[in-house]
Design a protein around this ligand. Structure first.
Ligand SMILES: Cc1cc2nc3c(=O)[nH]c(=O)nc-3n(C[C@H](O)[C@H](O)[C@H](O)COP(=O)(O)OP(=O)(O)OC[C@H]3O[C@@H](n4cnc5c(N)ncnc54)[C@H](O)[C@@H]3O)c2cc1C
Length: 458
């Protein structure tokens, strides 16, 4: 490979001079993204005697885990991830990071008020049935999308129907309401391909929700898992850091070189293999200098727009959650963009909210729109205080969430190509492209690691 260039092509000479003085970090494996899968990969590789470094864009590890601590009481409020699937892998990872497990429960959502957040009208007589046998029967038709997306060829056309068309074709009316009532879906669920609904709301998710097969930190502080991981990994994690350029060889012996912008200045990483554990969309991957095969593949994926936050002083009665439903759409599916719901927390008067949109939004736009919704609800819900001014105390962007591809790309084999590109140019991909829940992703990641280790030893 040519010498490392620690900046854009235009400034190649300058960059080369700088690169001579930049600190060089030499490792077996470099990992981009320190969320659920990147952190899991780092700890597991370290335990297997491999040296690693994580490059994480944010100031913390943990990705979609978002925990706010109430300043008065110190109570942790989780406004991103809510529970983990209770399996051996999750328990082992908890134990590895000294986390005491407790029963995972979904937040108190027992007294929801269903309201059209566009005009404040209550949706009278609306209730949400539990996901039932009709859905489970359909789900079991497609076992190959339960733990990844390993599709047959040709791909069953039913899976490529939009969810509203699938429900219509198989006459699943109660199931429609139940599935449309799930909050952690970015964008318009009616237009989502059936493939992604089944992949997301799979047997594991149902066991969590219906049978309580879920665990969480006993102390309620979900961020603790990732804080402990950070303590363990120490200076092997570069926080608030991004890759600005990269070179990857075509043979294992040629390895990977990355130039990374960190708060302490530029650093070079020289590694044998690279794990890409951030969302694999072009915006994130472009810096690696993609070739045609890579850019053709990853240009097919895009993530959803999802935001979460914590708000106090809502001015609404505190004995309810408030859930967005539209008055005049089929199944009362909420219109976008908008706040999905406001859920009460164990701190009286403090709520967390989720928000989704069909396009990217800034924190200011999300909070301003959410504030407008709260002012509308204050005017519509009996017992509200219309003078209360909502106070936004925490925020997290989860965008781009769970990248997906369109029906034509799936028919043409985008997932076959994704599996096929593993290890190409010393680069391996893990993360929420294949399934949504963290424990399933830890499992998928652990199955990939022996191949990465073998490649790093060539
Ligand atoms: C609101 C919400 C609630 C959820 N609830 C649950 C739940 O209860 N249970 C469950 O199992 N799953 C839940 N999930 C899903 C789960 O959190 C994700 O599927 C899982 O975190 C995906 O892991 P990941 O490693 O692929 O991505 P992430 O955890 O998102 O990690 C990706 C990391 O890459 C970093 N990154 C992004 N771009 C770059 C870049 N260019 N350079 C460097 N770093 C970068 C990000 O900051 C992030 O830390 C939830 C998701 C959301 C959004």
């Amino acid at each position: 490979m040519s010498p490392m260039l620690c900046s854009s092509f235009v400034f190649a000479i300058l960059a080369f001079a700088r690169s001579l003085s930049a600190e060089v970090i030499t490792r077996d494996v470099a990992i981009i993204g320190g969320g659920a899968t990147g952190t899991y990969a780092a700890i597991s590789l370290k335990d297997q005697g491999k040296s690693i470094v994580i490059v994480e864009r944010k100031g913390v590890l943990g990705g979609h885990t978002a925990t706010y601590h109430d300043p008065a009481t110190g109570t942790p409020i989780n406004y991103g991830l809510q529970v983990y699937y209770d399996d051996d892998q999750s328990r082992a990872f908890f134990a590895r990071l000294n986390i005491t497990p407790g029963q995972g429960t979904f937040p108190n959502n027992k007294t929801p008020l269903y309201i059209d957040f566009n005009d404040g009208a209550p949706i009278l007589g609306y209730s949400v049935p539990t996901i039932g046998d009709d859905y489970i029967r359909e789900l079991h038709k497609y076992p190959y999308i339960e733990n990844g997306i390993e599709l047959p060829d040709p791909v069953p056309e039913d899976l490529l129907l939009s969810w509203e068309k699938y429900l219509e074709k198989f006459n699943l009316s109660d199931e429609a309401i139940a599935t449309y009532s799930r909050p952690a879906v970015a964008g318009d669920l009616t237009k989502m391909l059936a493939l992604y609904v089944f992949n997301n709301l799979n047997t594991v998710q149902l066991e969590e929700e219906l049978n309580g097969k879920a665990i969480a930190n006993a102390n309620g502080d979900f961020a603790e898992l990732y804080r402990n991981a950070l303590k363990e990994l120490g200076s092997d994690v570069l926080l608030n850091s991004t890759v600005v350029s990269g070179e990857r060889g075509s043979k294992p012996s040629e390895g990977v070189k990355l130039c990374v912008k960190t708060p302490e200045g530029e650093k070079q990483i020289v590694a044998k293999q690279l794990i890409f554990a951030a969302p694999p969309v072009l915006d994130n991957l472009d810096v690696l200098g993609l070739d045609k095969r890579e850019s053709d593949l990853f240009s097919k994926f895009s993530g959803g727009f999802y935001y979460t936050g914590v708000v106090t002083n809502l001015g609404l009665p505190t004995d309810h959650s408030y859930v967005n439903r539209a008055q005049h759409t089929p199944w009362h599916v909420a219109t976008l963009p908008g706040t999905v719901m406001f859920n009460p927390t164990s701190v009286e008067g403090t709520y967390y909210y989720w928000y989704t949109s069909l396009e990217g939004m800034s924190q200011q736009q999300v909070e301003s729109s959410t504030r407008d919704t709260l002012k509308l609800l204050q005017r519509s819900v009996n017992g509200s205080n219309i003078n209360a001014e909502p106070n936004f105390v925490a925020y997290n962007s989860h965008t781009p969430l769970h990248p997906t591809a369109d029906a034509d790309s799936i028919r043409a084999g985008v997932y076959r190509d994704y599996y096929g590109i593993q290890g190409y140019r010393n680069t391996w991909y893990t993360g929420s492209l294949l399934v949504t829940g963290s424990p399933q992703l830890w499992n998928i990641t652990s199955q990939l690691l022996p191949k990465i280790i073998a490649a790093s030893e060539q």
